[in-house]
Design a protein around this ligand. Structure first.
Ligand code: OXD
Ligand code: MN
Ligand code: MN
Length: 391
């Protein structure tokens, strides 16, 4: 059967086994396996089969995000989706014809792939990397509180160097403090440092409410050697309610111990603790969980360097019954989550890190473990290391 015909995913699967078959289609026995159009239906390893091509396309993808933001379906999401399909393609792409048969790959990107196959690089990517605008927008949008639009405005106002930025930055406390620690915060965080930070947090939590389970999620859990920040999910196994109010106490303690500097709390919400047990909360609210985004001071003796290091840490507290959803939601990658939500929508459900719900009734569906989340969403389990659907 021609590859293109097999990928008729616009139609809802009528049975669970049909859905399972579709999700396994990357293992088809023909020469070129069919590639699923959603990241939650395929495996996304890092490095992937076409890593050099992905590295080239990643520059154009990033350039589009910097110019159009992360919500523009046509200009940025579409491109990111196409790149994620290439990440999930389980064979080396050797001809433009092969690329054309892949889902979500438009004509323009086929031209870029053909150029790569001929020359070993993509000229547009090389040109983008040389521009000052790419460098400045990348730097600006890494600062907490500066989105793509503000970054473009600052660029248009003439911001080029760190000194320009210092003058022009919006005088929001979180943005200013991020900027103050920028040198440290721009460094990628090695795995052993993530482990060390988790231990420090665990130790502080033990003084407040013993028995917590901490799970480092994000890129770390997906196997990345270096992460941008540390995402820690915190819960109390088998106990619903014990988590309430703990994050406030933890933040207060970290400040007191100077493990978070006075200007190091970038954002703090207690939305989870403030919910009522009965209503819980709608599944589509970003702040459904207690969350503190902080700048953590990793003491010199713990980072094997001569001085303290400041690292971005996200502390997320969840009820035990929502632990599975919180872990899946915070493990990412972004495209994997986007496609997981699309998939849930097709099943008439809503998924996010705060839970799974029926779309029509808003009724929560319990999914205690990560395996439960995949089961409820009728998906075969995908190992976190195979959820690297973004470059
Ligand atoms: C990271 C990630 O690098 O979560 O921080 O991917
Ligand atoms: Mn992260
Ligand atoms: Mn994070």
């Amino acid at each position: 059967m021609p590859v293109a015909m097999k990928d008729d995913r616009s139609r809802q699967p009528s049975t669970q086994s049909e859905l399972a078959m579709r999700t396994q289609d990357t293992e088809a026995t023909e020469q070129e396996p069919t590639v699923a159009s959603l990241a939650c239906h395929r495996k996304s390893p890092r490095p992937c089969f076409n890593q050099t091509l992905v590295d080239e396309l990643a520059v154009i993808r990033q350039w589009r995000f910097l110019q159009f933001g992360t919500h523009d379906e046509t200009n940025s999401i579409g491109y990111a989706t196409a790149v994620s399909v290439i990440i999930g393609t389980p064979f080396l792409i050797e001809t433009a014809e092969q690329a054309k048969k892949l889902p979500k790959i438009g004509e323009k990107i086929v031209v870029k792939i053909a150029e790569f196959l001929e020359k070993g690089y993509i000229q547009e990517s090389r040109d983008i990397l040389k521009t000052e605008k790419f460098r400045v927008l990348s730097l600006l949008s890494s600062v907490h509180g500066i989105g793509w639009k503000a970054a473009n405005d600052l660029y248009n106002e003439g911001a080029r160097t760190l000194d320009d930025l210092r003058e022009l930055l919006p005088h929001r406390p979180s943005t200013l403090s991020y900027f103050k620690y920028l040198d440290d915060l721009s460094e990628k965080i090695p795995r052993e440092e993530v482990d060390s930070i988790v231990k420090w947090i665990q130790h502080q939590l033990d003084k407040i409410q013993p028995g917590a389970r901490l799970e480092a999620c994000g890129g770390y859990r997906r196997g990345k050697s270096h992460s941008n920040d540390v995402d820690i999910i915190i819960t109390w196994p088998h106990q619903d309610g014990l988590e309430r109010g703990v994050l406030d106490k933890l933040v207060e303690r970290l400040l007191r111990k100077r493990l978070v500097p006075n200007d190091g709390v970038l954002y703090h919400t207690m939305a989870g603790s403030e919910r009522t047990i009965k209503d819980n909360r709608p599944a589509d609210r970003l702040d459904a969980l207690d969350k503190a985004l902080v700048i953590f001071r990793l003491p010199a003796e713990a980072n094997k360097r001569s001085k303290d290091k400041f690292r971005r840490v996200d502390l997320i507290v969840t009820r035990w019954p929502d632990f599975g959803c919180a872990v899946v939601g915070w493990t990412g990658s972004t495209q994997f989550e986007r496609d997981l939500r699309r998939h849930a929508h097709r099943l008439n459900m809503k998924f996010d890190s705060g839970g799974i719900r029926e779309r029509d009734t808003d009724r929560p569906i319990e999914a205690l473990t990560e395996q439960d989340v995949f089961r409820v969403l009728q998906l075969p389990y995908i190992d976190p290391k195979l959820r690297n659907a973004d470059p």
